[in-house]
Design a protein around this ligand. Structure first.
Ligand SMILES: *Cc1c(COP(=O)(O)O)cnc(C)c1O
Length: 429
């Protein structure tokens, strides 16, 4: 496959942009080689600058749940833009978005919009600290909550891909306030809460982890966290930036019937435009300025284009019966992939929930970061490049999740399964 234009762009980009990219995982460091440059995208396909098409399982890292360039979303953005692209003044669309989120996610009584998921988690942490008057927080190894100082401790996603789950530049004094525990280990949480009575402000987690590859909560884990946090009066924060409006209308919390105190969102609710949101119990949210003492703000928060795109995306999810359809597509992909994997007898762990999936090359099980790290990353890299050559684009790291969109059809899934079969033939002798 000729990627000479992409290679040229990347070479030049290296001179002007650190690593040639505006977000680290895009640089393909997790799999080697050079990234392709996207020229356009439509439905479930992306075309690179050399005109090569790829069936896309990254979907802009989650937001493009309808597929790329859905005409209804484009129209919503255009109509909004014609009336002005930003005001910094309240708009009706922000109210509509807040009402929609509260309706779809029962734990949300009040919500505030931001421009990224990172801002949402950063603000949720600050709010939890302000509300409780406590400084320490608990997070889990491999959970990624954006590049927030307090949360870039044993984080997943890009840091993990580059072998740097902790970042330089974070003051030790701040990092010491973050306690990172293994995921899926309720005992560790219980012990920590007992060790620091009255000191922990919040527990933040991905209720389904998508930034170590895909890891699911063990039965009773989320329920146990809710019980423990209630007992110790610790704020429970579900980071549903990835899972919200993707796994169900009301996210993982709907699937488990759990009410976290605060939740964070992003990705899908922006329809592909920059967005984030955090919300939850009224009494906590009312601690925010201008009502309360916790300051939080944003010049472009609630941006009209992002609200228009997001509202249209949410409306279409409903109209197109998205969650049922995505589950069917996920099942279809799973059946085909598992048939191949079983035939090969490879060491593998396949995880899927709805439209999210990942394939770890390891004997398993994979219940936490440590077990995920046991995967054969070299094998994944070869698998990734073989698929790329066949026009199938998975996220360029063992530690990311695959996404299906409503634009993926039976035909593309079949093509993908066949490409995977050929790739597996080569990577598993
Ligand atoms: C992507 C992601 C974030 C960060 O969102 P950005 O918009 O990239 O800042 C936070 N939490 C989770 C779970 C995510 O997947």
């Amino acid at each position: 496959m000729n990627r000479s234009r992409s290679e040229q762009f990347f070479k030049e980009a290296l001179h002007f942009i650190p690593g040639g990219v505006n977000s680290p995982v895009r640089a393909f460091r997790g799999v080697g080689g050079t990234p392709f440059f996207a020229q356009s995208a439509s439905g479930c396909r992306v075309w690179d600058e050399d005109g090569n098409p790829y069936i896309d399982y990254v979907c802009s890292w989650g937001p493009s749940i309808l597929g790329h360039a859905d005409p209804a979303i484009l129209q919503a953005i255009q109509e909004a833009a014609e009336n002005g692209v930003s005001f910094g003044i309240p708009t009706a669309r922000e109210l509509e978005m807040a009402k929609k989120i509260s309706k779809w996610v029962p734990s949300i009584e009040k919500v505030r919009m931001t421009s990224s998921g990172t801002e949402a988690t950063m603000s949720a942490i600050r709010l939890a600290r302000g509300f409780t008057g406590r400084d320490k927080i608990i997070k889990f190894e491999g959970c990624y909550h954006g590049h927030v100082d307090s949360l870039l401790v044993k984080a997943g996603s890009g840091g993990l891909t580059l072998g740097q789950p902790d970042s330089a530049g974070i003051p030790r004094a701040l990092a010491e306030l973050t306690i990172a525990l293994p995921y899926n280990d309720l005992e560790a949480v219980r012990r920590t809460l007992e060790l620091y009575p009255g000191e922990i402000a919040a527990i933040i987690l991905e209720p389904v982890v998508g930034n170590v590859g895909l890891i699911l909560p063990l039965p009773g884990y989320l329920e146990g966290l809710r019980e423990l946090t209630q007992k110790h009066e610790v704020i429970l924060i579900f980071d549903e930036v990835m899972t919200g409006f993707r796994l169900a209308r009301g996210g993982v919390q709907e699937l488990h019937g759990i009410s976290p105190d605060l939740s964070t969102f992003g990705k899908v609710i922006g329809g592909g435009l920059p967005v984030g949101a955090f919300g939850g119990r009224k009494e906590i949210m009312d601690f925010l300025a201008p009502l309360g003492p916790v300051y939080q703000a944003g010049t472009l928060s609630g941006n009209p284009l992002a609200m228009a795109a997001g509202l249209m995306q949410l409306q279409l999810l409903e109209e197109r019966n998205a969650f049922q359809r995505l589950e069917e597509l996920g099942q279809l992909l799973e059946d085909r992939v598992l048939a191949t994997l079983k035939r090969k007898g490879a060491p593998y762990v396949w995880h899927r929930i709805g439209s999210m999936f990942s394939l770890f090359f390891t004997q398993g099980p994979v219940r936490n970061l440590k077990e995920a790290m046991g995967s054969d990353r070299e094998r994944f890299a070869r698998f990734f490049h073989l698929l790329l050559e066949e026009g199938v684009y998975l996220a360029p790291s063992q530690f990311e999740t695959g996404f299906l969109s409503l634009a993926h059809g039976q035909e593309e899934i079949e093509l993908t399964a066949q490409a995977m079969e050929r790739a597996l033939e080569k990577v598993i002798p």
